[in-house]
Design a protein around this ligand. Structure first.
Ligand SMILES: Nc1ncnc2c1ncn2[C@@H]1O[C@H](COP(=O)(O)OP(=O)(O)OP(=O)(O)O)[C@@H](O)[C@H]1O
Ligand SMILES: [Mg+2]
Length: 237
């Protein structure tokens, strides 16, 4: 199973939205995809219509025998989030043994909370790759380089893929941010993915309607972008 932590130190950068929609698009390729909600806010679980359901990520990390929940999307399963994730406090690695039990899936995307809590650190340390959604605005590089550095301190060679979301190509600030992001890629050692996900109201509405954007509005620019992102990820990963 390929393990991917969806992480950014900064809040509100589209981590949960990307986990949900990329997960749904990857699941159309016949691969069995598992998404895990590691955030006490539980946006991902809500967006899949399974907020409040159990077993949760805390049950999974507590060495209980659990079965991830099937979602309305074929080939997509979820381990829902738990408010108690905010209080997770341990020095021992809970993730490596818990992930090793998930033998029936091909890909696992872990939606991290903002900041750098214990669950995010352990998810990153136990992942094969990190996917980092960013918003192209003037300060993008500050948050990004801090987040990349946090990962590099512990895992110098874990590949980091940066995806631009809520993308507004016509803005001058977007072009300036693009320039900064492509110039810094080599120095900070990340891959800037070619696919961008546009600012698109259907993407935001789909979460409220508890569906992937590809189901909610399959012809929207957001749906097309997440399909392309899945194609690009399958090529790069
Ligand atoms: N492509 C998009 N177009 C329009 N709105 C978007 C898009 N992507 C995300 N959003 C909106 O941006 C907000 C933040 O998205 P999301 O919750 O996925 O971010 P996050 O990084 O998971 O946040 P947090 O750090 O709090 O966990 C949400 O209101 C979501 O609906
Ligand atoms: Mg989130």
């Amino acid at each position: 199973m390929l393990k991917v932590a969806v992480f950014n130190f900064k809040g509100g950068t589209g981590k949960s939205t990307t986990t949900l929609n990329l997960g749904a698009c990857l699941a159309t390729s016949k691969r069995k995809v598992l998404v895990i909600d590691l955030d006490g806010q539980r946006t991902l679980s809500f967006g899949l219509g399974l907020d409040g359901d159990a077993p949760t990520a805390l049950n999974w990390l507590s060495d209980e025998e659990i079965q991830p929940l099937a979602t309305n999307t074929k080939n997509l399963w979820l381990i829902p989030g738990d408010l108690g994730m905010f209080q997770l406090d341990t020095d021992s690695d809970l993730f490596t043994p818990a992930l090793a039990k998930l033998t029936e899936f091909d890909i696992c995307l872990m939606d991290c909370s903002p900041g750098l809590g214990i669950a995010s650190v352990q998810a990153i340390l136990s992942s094969d790759r990190v996917l980092m959604p960013v918003i192209c605005e003037p300060a993008v590089l500050k948050g990004l380089s801090e987040a990349v550095q946090l990962i590099r301190d512990e895992r110098p060679s874990t590949p980091i893929d940066v995806v631009r979301v809520r993308y507004r190509p016509k803005l001058v600030i977007t072009r300036e941010a693009d320039q900064l992001l492509s110039e810094a890629a080599e120095e900070l050692n990340y891959r800037l993915l070619k696919t961008t996900v546009p600012e698109n109201i259907s993407v935001a509405e789909a979460i409220a309607h508890q569906q992937p954007v590809t189901a909610y509005s399959s012809r929207s620019s957001g749906a097309k972008a997440y399909k392309s992102l899945a194609t690009e990820c399958m090529r790069v990963w």
